[in-house]
Design a protein around this ligand. Structure first.
Ligand SMILES: [Zn+2]
Length: 508
């Protein structure tokens, strides 16, 4: 406050002093006398001031001319760049100005202005590695993909800008959905800059989508080496890739390589269920039953799963149901309260025709977690103990509308998968499938409840239709067809539910 007051005061004093000085100059007749040889000039005070200013300007012009003269002299004496440097400095200044204006235009979303500024900068600077970047981005912004493409191709020519060119082309191909070309470009970009995280990720995704598991494992190792991936995540993903590799090799009929890859995947990530099952089958083929048991036991401890149970059953294919129950204790004792364990034990008891034990094994799952599998097992138990048909049918009807139980569900998009895969079928994410209940909507989508009455009551309409010829005439083949088809589909559905996968194996 005080400071601004002082400033105002100071300003007033200066103005007053100037006015007073000017007044003095105007009033005095003294002036300045300049004598050159014999001539004597008298200059009035105001004229003197103007003369001084003109002199100052003259000196500045002289200095500039001297600079140009020096540059010319240097040029004449052999320094060829001296004179051009003198002029270039000006061009460069304007060029950089245009470049920075272009960048600002780009940042504020004015693509066309950015393009114009880039062209101007290019004219002044003649540095394509600088201006092409701006041009390419501005062209992308204005939707001029053709121009962007041309510029990216130009960038390929120079070592310094090649990576940017490859990356730009790769992104365009990705947008166009040309994944094969994009993969090749990503490989090239990765060769140029193996530590570039974005390139690593794109390459890995494309390789996984193209089932190039060997290449994907190499990329994954590069990610670990360059520190863009924690060690435990690397281990898990490497296991998933190794397993995918194993499956592919197995499809080619090379069972020994497949076995080794599966065992490797299991070593890297013992809780990866399909890897554990595949490794165990590999051990069974080699006759190493103890290894197979150990691998499956470990995986079961992390997450009980029907596939593990199926592989565990394959260790002793010829045993009696009672011996099997005894042998399965290795698994069942580990996690006795898990629903999967209860269901599996019930299936084993049903196979041994010990229905009361099966019911005990299921506990109150039919009330607390009534999945289709639990209810179907209950139906089998009721039938086994000789309950009335309507009790059995009641369970089967409920099973139709019940949740399907755990499935391989993508954590990213929620899509359910019939079997495990390293890449989600729906959203192409890598390693996102977990064994869990699918989201609510997938269950509600089943229309079974609406048709349930048909199923509960034994099909009565058949007889009246046959008895009354009118109806047969009125309703020829067609309306009868869908009813029959429905009944068939129910039969298949029922059959499907009655034989859950693990039970299937047990029966073998
Ligand atoms: Zn998904």
């Amino acid at each position: 406050m005080l400071w601004s007051l002082l400033k105002i005061l100071f300003f007033v004093v200066i103005v007053a002093a100037l006015a007073y000085g000017a007044g003095l100059l105007m009033e005095s007749d003294a002036g300045i006398r300049i004598a050159v040889m014999d001539t004597e000039i008298t200059v009035a005070p105001l004229q003197a001031v103007i003369l001084a200013l003109v002199l100052l300007l003259a000196v500045w012009v002289l200095l500039k001319l001297a600079g140009l003269a020096v540059a010319t002299l240097k040029f004449l004496s052999g320094d060829e760049t001296a004179i051009s440097r003198y002029f270039n400095r000006n061009r460069e200044r304007r060029g950089f100005q245009a470049l920075s204006d272009g960048m600002l235009a780009l940042a504020s979303g004015e693509g066309h202005l950015a393009l114009a500024k880039a062209a101007r900068a290019e004219r002044y600077l003649n540095k394509p590695e600088l201006t092409n970047l701006l041009t390419a981005q501005a062209a992308e912004m204005t939707g001029d993909r053709k121009k962007a493409l041309t510029v990216y191709k130009q960038l390929l020519a120079d070592d310094k800008t090649r990576f940017v060119g490859v990356r730009g082309l790769m992104k365009q191909k990705l947008e166009d959905g040309e994944k094969g070309t994009a993969l090749k470009l990503a490989e090239k970009a990765f060769d140029l800059k193996p530590a570039h995280v974005e390139t690593q990720d794109i390459l890995l995704k494309l390789q996984a989508e193209h089932a190039d598991w060997t290449g994907a494992r190499k990329t994954l190792n590069a990610k670990l080496k360059h520190g863009s991936l924690p060690r435990d995540v690397h281990k898990r993903r490497d296991a998933v890739l190794a397993l995918s590799e194993a499956r592919e090799v197995l499809e080619d009929g090379k069972s020994i390589e497949a076995r080794e890859a599966a065992i490797e995947a299991n070593r890297l990530s013992p809780d990866l269920i399909p890897a554990a099952a595949m490794a165990a089958r590999g051990y069974i083929e080699q006759g190493k039953k103890r290894y197979a048991t150990r691998v499956l036991k470990k995986a079961w401890g992390v997450q009980p799963h029907p596939e593990l149970a199926a592989a565990f059953a394959e260790i002793e294919p010829e045993e009696s149901p009672e011996a099997r129950i005894k042998r399965f204790e290795v698994l069942t004792k580990q996690s006795p309260d898990e629903p999967e364990t209860c269901m599996m034990l019930a299936e084993l008891h049903i196979a041994a025709e010990d229905f009361p034990a099966a019911r005990r094994a299921l506990g109150d799952l039919a009330e607390t977690d009534p999945s289709a599998r639990v209810l179907t097992l209950m139906a089998a138990i009721e039938r086994g103990v000789g309950s009335e048909d309507n009790v059995v049918r009641g369970y089967l009807t409920r099973a139709l509308a019940a949740p399907r139980g755990s499935q391989w569900v993508c954590d990213n998009c929620g899509a359910s998968h019939g079997s495990w895969a390293s890449v989600c079928n729906n959203c192409q994410s890598f390693d996102t499938l977990s064994w869990k209940q699918p989201p609510e909507t997938a269950i509600l989508a089943l229309p079974a409840t609406a048709m349930a009455p048909l199923f509960v009551d034994p099909p009565k309409p058949e007889e009246p239709i046959v008895e009354e010829p009118e109806v047969v005439e009125e309703l020829p083949e067609e309306p009868d067809e869908p009813v029959k088809k429905q009944a068939e589909s129910f039969e298949t559905e029922e059959a499907e539910i009655i034989e859950p996968p693990a039970l299937h194996v047990v029966e073998k």
